[in-house]
Design a protein around this ligand. Structure first.
Ligand code: SAM
Length: 217
């Protein structure tokens, strides 16, 4: 089991990117967002992608286990922030953004009532198989019908390397998010270029993007 808080404490955040994710930039239209809309970013870390949304006038609601991550996000983004306690969460807020610090599985529907989109980069694939099932079921429970979702995954021979990030293929995405319409937008083999995976000598490393739509009912 990954000790995420220890990763944050030790500054070992190998997954963090210093630029907006290129797949987000390429496929953001899948989320059908306009200024004033709200995107949910589960397991958000201190992702720069949240700033990308803010710069488009889109509100952000993130959830993250580590308070260090939330604090670093606001300090490094030079955003003045407030902190308040609410039930099981400590909420870090600035204009147009709230990061709920606590356990994703404690989030309830009412917190997400304004959300019209979900952006998942490094979240589903951060979790082992049993937790991925729970993650998807919980997402289905807490987000409103009609939500659009952009999901970024990696897939590789799991026997050749341990996660995280864990390998998730298209069949698993469809199975996990069975109440969503699912379209694969992109899938390419990046095994030659990705430095994070280079020591594992993987046979292949597929990076994929999916556009999902939570259907009514
Ligand atoms: C691989 S990182 C990805 C972070 C972010 N999505 C990004 O792209 O940079 C996974 C993050 O999920 C957080 N996390 C793991 N389990 C969680 C949980 N149950 N509730 C909230 N956050 C969690 C970890 O602390 C970590 O910051």
């Amino acid at each position: 089991m990954t000790d995420w808080l220890a990763h944050w404490k030790e500054g070992d955040i190998f997954w963090h990117e210093n630029q907006p994710n290129p797949m987000l930039v390429k496929f953001v239209d899948c989320l059908k967002l306009s200024a004033g809309d709200c995107v949910f970013v589960p397991l958000c870390g201190k992702s720069i992608d949240m700033l990308y949304f803010l710069e488009k006038g889109v509100k952000v609601l993130g959830v993250e286990l580590s308070e260090l991550a939330a604090e670093q996000f606001f300090v490094e983004s030079k955003l003045a922030f407030t902190v308040k306690k609410s039930n099981k969460f400590t909420i870090f807020s600035a204009k147009n953004i709230d990061i709920y610090c606590g356990d994703y599985f404690d989030l309830e529907t009412q917190a997400l009532s304004q959300v019209s989109a979900v952006y998942d980069r490094g979240s589903l694939i951060a979790l082992p198989a049993d937790l991925r099932v729970q993650y998807a079921q919980h997402l289905d429970t807490i987000i409103p019908s009609g939500c659009q979702m952009l999901l970024l995954t990696v897939n590789y021979p799991q026997a050749q390397m341990d996660g995280p990030p864990f390998a998730v293929n298209q069949a698993e995405v469809v199975q996990l998010l069975k109440h969503f319409e699912c379209q694969q937008l992109h899938c390419f083999n990046d095994v030659k270029n990705d430095s994070l995976f280079k020591d594992a000598n993987l046979d292949f490393l597929e990076k994929a993007a999916y556009c999902l739509h939570k259907t009514n009912g």
